[in-house]
Design a protein around this ligand. Sequence first.
Ligand code: FE2
Length: 489
Amino acid sequence: MKDKIISYLREKGFLVTPEALEEIMKEDAPLTFAERLSEEVSGSIIDVEQIEQVRRPKEEKRIVYEPSSPFNPPAKEIESKVVVFDEHDVTGKSLSEGKVEDFIDYFRDRFRRLSKILKERSGTLVKNIEALKKKQYADEIRIIGMISSLHETKKGHVLMTLEDETDQINVLIPKQNRDLMLFSKNLLPDEVVAVEGVLRGTLFIAQDIFRPDIPMKTPNRADEEVYVAMISDTHVGSKLFMEKNFVRFIDWLNGRYGDAKQRELAGKVKYITFAGDLCDGVGIYPGQEDELETDDIFKQYDKLAMLLENVPDYIEIIAISGNHDAVRVADPQPAIPEYVLGHLKDLPNFRSLGSPSYVSLHGVEFLLYHGHSIHSVVPHVSTVDYKNPEMIVKEYLQRRHLHPVYGEKPPICPEKKDYLVIERVPDVVQVADVHKNGYMTYKGVIGVNAGCWQNTTPYQIKQGHHPTPCILPVMNLQTGKLNILHFDR
Ligand SMILES: [Fe+2]
């Protein structure tokens, strides 16, 4: 493992001191941590001090109330600039009846959208599978297909079946191609990939495999200093909702909490993004009723409304649905219906959208997705676990899909259009669901899991999760930098 880490970091242009290497080995997922170091460390040598810096929460100072100074929030004078890209939100457009034909249409659409992205990268090299089988091309060519099966052969090669709209073919990844064998470990069923190789009889021998991926992004930034406070998973209605801490957060937004610097920051918050699980819901899992303060779903949303009406009205709140909210659990999720929202819909600065949704805040594009699909990816992919849930963002972006695995929990609703394909490359991806804060960047795109405002449940302990409640990331939209505020103490 040590050699792997050294060579990985060397590839990324870093040298690591022996002491730092020992520290990396103490992590539960040393390779994932090495990857994080390569993204966060500046310079070319990784030493113990830099490791401590990466481990350390970005802002450790406790929030202390300084009531005497006046609070004049500059964000109040700034016009809000919100653009919602409706075409990517399923709300009001769900046509699926869950019939076999719906699934065929859904997978066809998924394939077309992802293969279009792959074709843009592959140009004229690409042939369809039917043409490939008819004409024995002597040179290397590329095919694009959806992985319908994948397994290791008795001789240690990997054999996968790739399907396009014309036919299907068996693709062999020879065990001698070590890089490709390693790459194949994280391939997922139903993923759409391009394979470069040669045809030998009925077998296509893979020489390289490409994901749709994203290009290196030059991020959009706001032209003035405004901030977004990122929250998720409040679970109002649960006995474990940390109401006092949440009220403190709202007090901070109003300039009634925090030291001078933190209150200055509060005054620049123009937006709140809220990535789902607004309320705890009812009947979500067996025995949930014992953990509920109220089992009336309408009262849960009304309580949230009572809290959010104290958010200053110049701050726009953009909320999406989560799997605990009063809406279907299958992805893509529509917005929470108005009749459930109750008093929330009377708040002029609150809007409810589906998951996923794309929204531009002061010119910075956010992809908001609750992130329930992480549970079907973790069992297949070694680079994501529940301790580093933000790393799922890289997997989504590389596959250009938010829910790559079909047929496992959580479910996908077969819409005519695949709303889960990442067609726009965002500047920021906010995910939630696993109640643990985490931050990462991939090719210029920032990934954030904003944690939760619910205390750890017995169910989460059983699942081995490590929630980090009441830690608030606040992003400067002009620079992309994050400030991390602790309301957990
Ligand atoms: Fe949640």
